[in-house]
Design a protein around this ligand. Structure first.
Ligand SMILES: [Zn+2]
Ligand SMILES: [Zn+2]
Length: 293
């Protein structure tokens, strides 16, 4: 596995899949079904080309953008009354410190073993972009997945349309080779569309609760521990659906799918619910507060 910034086999696989699906959709499916000289054919080819270009641009940005570094001089502000105690301390009351990087960890930051450094508001390390998904590239990653899902569905429509159209007159399409290309494209697209749609739905679910993937897994454990102790738990960064959405996607709804970074904040501190009783002992899952009933 190469370090971030290197071209790895999964990146080549993604680029090859995009190239193959694009070529087959435009030059086999659209060309055979609508023709590349008709208005409908040109419009569909142009729209699909634009969507593919958007996919490639956002993919490159997600893969190359730094997910968020901890500043070398970072010190957690334990005196700041606005930062709940559980955000900066771990079980036992010690400040969160990364032994490998030799610095304190801001809230929601984690050490990535592949990137070999701490990443701000780390979500997960994605092998398909050979980069961590964190505070600085989360939105662009999400926009890429959204464009990719749209492109997959669009391609499926064009491929199915072309396949149905070509059935009675296969000769006009160039015969068996065109059909084979379309079938292979369909075989690539089906699992790809399913996987990307599930990934997109999963991240929409997480954003609605203002959780990262890591925090989701920690939360499941915290919920189990809380229920065992007869408590309820609340994710401290869950500020309500609208606030959660805008904190990731930006204030302007029309820009939610724009490939621009709309981060609010520097990734070193985050708004959290402040109604957490300070008497609550710091939890080993530093982001999870326990509410006693
Ligand atoms: Zn670290
Ligand atoms: Zn990483």
């Amino acid at each position: 596995m190469g370090r971030p910034g290197y071209l790895t086999p999964p990146i080549f696989a993604v680029l090859a899949a995009i190239g193959y699906v694009y070529y087959t959709t435009v030059f086999v499916a659209v060309a055979g079904w609508l023709g590349l000289t008709t208005a409908a054919g040109v419009a569909n080819a142009a729209a699909f080309t634009a969507l593919t270009a958007a996919c490639l641009a956002t993919y490159a940005a997600a893969a190359s953008r730094d997910p968020g570094r901890v500043p070398p001089a970072y010190l957690p502000d334990v005196e700041d009354a606005e930062i709940p105690v559980h955000e900066v301390k771990r079980k036992g009351g010690d400040l969160r410190y990364c032994q490998k990087c030799g610095h304190y960890k801001p809230p929601r930051a984690h050490h990535c073993r592949v990137c070999k450094r701490c990443v701000l508001k780390m979500d997960h390390h994605c092998i398909w972009i050979n980069n961590c998904v964190g505070h600085e590239n989360y939105k662009i990653f999400l926009v890429f997945v959204s464009y990719a899902v749209l492109a997959c569905f669009y391609s499926m429509i064009l491929i199915v349309g072309s396949f149905l159209h070509s059935a009675p007159k296969a000769e006009q399409l160039g015969g068996d080779s065109s059909k084979t290309s379309i079938i292979i494209c369909g075989i690539i697209l089906c699992p790809l569309t399913l996987a990307l749609s599930v990934l997109l739905a999963w991240h929409i679910y997480l954003i609605l609760q203002n959780k990262t993937t890591i925090e989701y897994h920690e939360g499941v454990r915290a919920m189990w521990l809380a229920e065992k102790g007869g408590d309820l738990y609340h994710h401290p960064y869950d500020l309500g659906v609208y606030e959660n959405l805008t904190s990731v996607l930006g204030r302007r709804i029309f820009c939610w799918l724009c490939p621009v970074s709309t981060n609010t904040g520097n990734g070193l501190r985050f708004r959290a619910l402040h109604d957490i009783p300070l008497s609550t002992p710091p939890c080993d899952l530093q982001k999870i507060a326990l509410h006693s009933q």
